[in-house]
Design a protein around this ligand. Structure first.
Ligand SMILES: Cc1ncc(COP(=O)(O)O)c(C=O)c1O
Length: 372
């Protein structure tokens, strides 16, 4: 059994993907070929509001969004500690200071009260600049509560939706909840390409124009006219071509992921702490993550039974060598610290059949009950 079975999707789409790749090889426009603009228009249509600027990875998407907000030394950018490193890395790379904020114990997303506490008690010498909520495991953060904190303190918001593209709140898609939203098309993400890829959704056309400049070394009227600092952040034409047929079936795949999650809920809610999705919210189900006090022994037992699992994340960023010198918000990190010892992600992808899923549920039950 695979943790994420990318081959199952490929079997469904192989002809379309082969044809899309062949078209690129035929026209030969490997950089910024026609598929890039086509994909951006299709992604914008899917999101429903705003412009989409594609780029080379979810990490570049964060760097580009932060360049649009001109962050630099002295700027405090509030980020969750319980996330993939890129969220804080992009901030630190630009010379700004990531300030770690705890997560909510139920949703694993940034806790608005911890954010408020971190802003109120910032170390001297830092100015509060912005916040990057992360939609962990595919579940949108509490954007309305975080937005209120931003308004009170004059912070900008960049949503890190690397894991949640396709999720929604009251039928409004992720991408619409912050002026800038970044996402990733890493192969294992809900919408993944066959290499690295990413995008920024911009609600303000002026931000979109700056993103397009930043994506190509800060270009102005042409690529040898440089008006600001930027990066080489373009999405390959081949990846755009591969994403187009994948996007065409993405809504169906999101429904399948929701169905897999529902089957896990039914099979596991009496056994372990299962994910909680607030009313009106649809997760993109990048991961199905349960909580088990005896996590490591359960994971070992599952591995012995041939069931792959993963731990996102074993060490919160505020404890990592590269980040532990950065400030921790006044609310502390108690929830992140405990979550890191208890979370366990189970196989999750749109093509997980009920027999395989039944085997996961049975093995988890045997493991958990065996350790009681
Ligand atoms: C929360 C989060 N932010 C950012 C990224 C970075 O995306 P990429 O790997 O495409 O650079 C990831 C990817 O794993 C992620 O999970």
């Amino acid at each position: 059994m695979q943790f994420i079975d990318l081959a199952a999707q490929q079997r469904r789409l192989r002809q379309e993907i082969d044809a899309a790749v062949a078209r690129v090889l035929d026209h030969g426009r490997y950089i910024m070929g026609p598929e890039v603009a086509e994909l951006e228009a299709a992604l914008a249509d899917f999101v429903g509001e705003g412009d989409v600027v594609s780029c080379a990875s979810g990490t570049d998407a964060l760097v580009m969004a932060l360049l649009v907000r001109s962050v630099g030394p002295g700027d405090a950018v509030f980020v969750p500690s319980f996330t993939f490193a890129a969220t804080a890395e992009a901030v630190a790379l630009l010379g700004a200071t990531p300030v770690f904020v705890d997560i909510d114990a139920v949703t694993y997303d940034l806790c608005p009260d911890s954010l408020e506490a971190a802003v109120a008690d910032l170390p001297a010498g830092l100015r509060p600049a912005g916040v990057i909520p992360v939609d962990l495991f595919g579940l949108p953060a509490d954007y309305s509560a975080i937005g209120e904190v931003c308004e009170r303190h004059g912070l900008w918001m960049i949503a890190d939706a690397a894991q949640s593209f396709g999720a929604s709140v009251e039928d409004v898609r992720v991408g619409c909840f912050a002026p800038l939203t970044t996402t990733s098309f890493f192969p294992a993400k809900p919408l993944g390409c066959y290499g690295d890829g990413g995008a920024v959704v911009a609600q303000d056309p002026e931000d979109a124009a700056v993103l397009r400049s930043v994506r190509v070394h800060g270009s102005g009227s042409d690529k040898y006219d440089n008006v600001r600092l930027g990066i080489n952040g373009r999405l390959d034409t081949l990846q755009a071509a591969i994403l187009l047929p994948k996007l065409a079936i993405f809504a169906d795949e999101l429904d399948r992921r929701a169905e897999v999650a529902r089957r896990y809920d039914d099979g596991l809610r009496d056994l372990v702490v299962t994910p909680v999705v607030p009313d009106g919210v649809r997760s993109a189900w990048a991961q199905y993550t349960v909580r088990i006090p005896d996590r490591d022994r359960v994971a070992e037992a599952l591995a012995a039974a041939g069931i792959p699992t993963a731990i996102y994340y074993p060490l919160p960023l505020h404890r990592q060598q590269a980040y532990r010198h950065h400030p921790v918000g006044a609310g502390g990190m108690a929830v992140s610290d405990v979550a890191a010892t208890e979370v366990l992600s189970l196989p999750m992808h749109p093509y997980l059949g009920s027999d395989d899923q039944g085997a996961v549920i049975d093995a988890l039950r045997t493991a958990v009950e065996g350790l009681r």
